[in-house]
Design a protein around this ligand. Sequence first.
Ligand SMILES: [Mn+2]
Length: 311
Amino acid sequence: MNNQLHEIFNEIKKNKNILILPHINPDGDALGSCFGLKYALLEYFPEKKIKIVFNKENEYLDFLGLTDNWGDWGNKSYLLITLDTANEERINKPNNLDPKKIINIDHHISNTYYGDLNYVMPEASSACEIIAIILEKWFKNINNRSKMALYTGIITDSNRFLYNSTSKKTLKIASWLYVDSLNTQYIYNKLYLKPKLDFDILQFIYKKIKIKDSIGYYIINKEDISQLKKESFEFKKYISLLNGYKDIKIWFSVIWKKEDQIYKISLRSREYNLIDIANSYNGGGHKYACGLQIKDIKELEVIINKLKELL
Ligand SMILES: [Mn+2]
């Protein structure tokens, strides 16, 4: 059950120390929502001490802000706000985390409502959309730095308003964030200009794509990863290569993750609900974009058969 927004606002007002955490390996939406919220709160409550800590800084998102250190946070009494994070395991946290209360604000349909206060809107395009709607209600207006961060998260999670999670609400709040000084070209250059190295990987992946019975996929195994000298997570974004083909109704990538010794499968579709399959393997995510993990590549055949049944 969701809490009332005024309950969440009262909790925020009460606390001087606030820790905001995204999910591990944060993306544009996770960081955009954290920094968007921080910059707006500091504008109206400059006396608050607000920290954002995350495990991985990416050059393409560094314009939003950099991570703080954990420091002596463990000894302080503080409120924890988690954003874009579906369950407690996904929170980027050290073991000694001991907040007074947790506020969980998210848009994942698989969210487990692990907070003391929860606000989950699965229909929202992004966590940034939710935060922007909330901030507009609370403050009427917010500073441009906050707006830029929130706009960035909406465009990354909706793929520039392409995915069908984009709604009238998304566009309305995006237009509120879209101030004259918003330098979209700068944001798009940071987010979308690719290094030349990308060509090598693209060529590599294109050769590995298999398409059968309206299902398209590619597998990146242990040997591929060491051959290309890349990290496992760097292959995930190429799943969009398979989007936009009439004959491919469901597509996925299978990527070896050496840290966990498992294969990570990312499932995508324009119209078929995939979340039940992801959930049946303890995965999660959204209706048309979700993920799961398998230990043995032989399990893939069963999953492909389940996907075929959806078509
Ligand atoms: Mn998100």
